[in-house]
Design a binder for this molecule. Structure first.
Ligand code: ADP
Length: 270
């Protein structure tokens, strides 16, 4: 809509004065909306042709007769790259859905313990020969109001990153607990760690500390941007602490008013 949009800020000025700053952000918001629409449409349009290409490549790979067997590596490469593009497009689409304001936040009580248990199983498989040690410390009674699908995606992104950026035999710890500030989902790893100058930029789209390394691991560079948006939609925050060479802690903080205890689940949910 082309309504005038004004952003206000109150700035303390001396001991008992306040400055009120009003800024017309109509045009900025329109441009942002155009950018969001463009990304959503482009990703959507790219999805179908890619699905077709991926399908044909898959059957081609299976149908090669012995005379064409030496094409196998190239076809496998094409399939892998196509699959990377598909992941990228799904991530871009997910980000646009998260950003669109018309997309309301579901308020179902979400069993975080169940989510973390399945993610833990997936992570063990992904860890494979790296043989990480996983430590789980999960409050099974603690639920949070929100979207099951989004929280799954956010937590999975963090745990998968811990697996990808932690060398063999490292320790990955997953916690879900409550304290006086709210509830927290915390993933700590004894991995590569991140230098302080990178930390504030990690949640920017396509920001990667080491492009080559991240591409190799199959990352899109959109994971943490997605986590940040999902946390914002749950009135929460993503907190990152890390030390180069020692490891990282990614913590999702949820405010107390979103929390539900399993015992009073039926009483409070409609
Ligand atoms: P990617 O798809 O590249 O993993 P993300 O947005 O998930 O993108 O992460 C952005 C960057 O943050 C990664 O490329 C990596 O450099 C860094 N990173 C994320 N998680 C970790 C971690 N647990 N340990 C070290 N570095 C990490």
């Amino acid at each position: 809509d082309d309504k005038l949009q004004i952003e206000y800020r109150v700035i303390p000025y001396g001991d008992n004065l306040r400055l009120l700053v009003a800024r017309d952000v109509t045009q900025i918001q329109q441009i942002n909306q155009m950018r969001r629409d463009f990304i959503a449409n482009a990703s959507h349009e790219l999805r179908t042709p890619l699905t077709v290409i991926a399908g044909y490549l898959e059957s081609l790979e299976g149908d090669l007769d012995s005379s064409a067997a030496d094409l196998q590596p190239q076809i496998r490469q094409m399939r892998q790259q196509t699959s990377r593009m598909q992941t990228l497009i799904e991530d871009l689409l997910m980000l646009s859905t998260l950003e669109s304001r018309s997309n309301k936040q579901p308020q179902e009580p979400v069993a975080v313990a169940d989510i973390l248990t399945s993610i833990y199983k997936e992570a063990t498989a992904l860890s494979g020969e790296k043989n990480h040690m996983f430590a789980l410390d999960i409050d099974h009674e603690l639920l949070v109001r929100g979207s099951h699908k989004e929280l799954y995606s956010a937590f999975s992104n963090l745990v998968v990153n811990a697996v990808l950026y932690t060398p063999a035999k490292g320790i990955i710890r997953i916690r879900w607990y409550e304290d006086d500030k709210g509830a927290h989902m915390k993933v700590s790893d004894t991995g590569d760690g991140i230098a302080p100058e990178h930390i504030p930029r990690l949640t920017e789209r396509f920001y990667r500390v080491d492009r080559g390394r991240s591409r190799e691991s199959g990352g899109t560079g959109l994971g943490l941007a997605i986590v940040k948006h999902i946390m914002q939609r749950h009135h929460g925050l993503l907190n990152i602490e890390s030390e180069l060479g020692k490891g990282s802690i990614f913590r999702c903080d949820f405010p107390p008013d979103l929390l539900v205890r399993k015992s009073d689940d039926t009483a409070t949910s409609q």
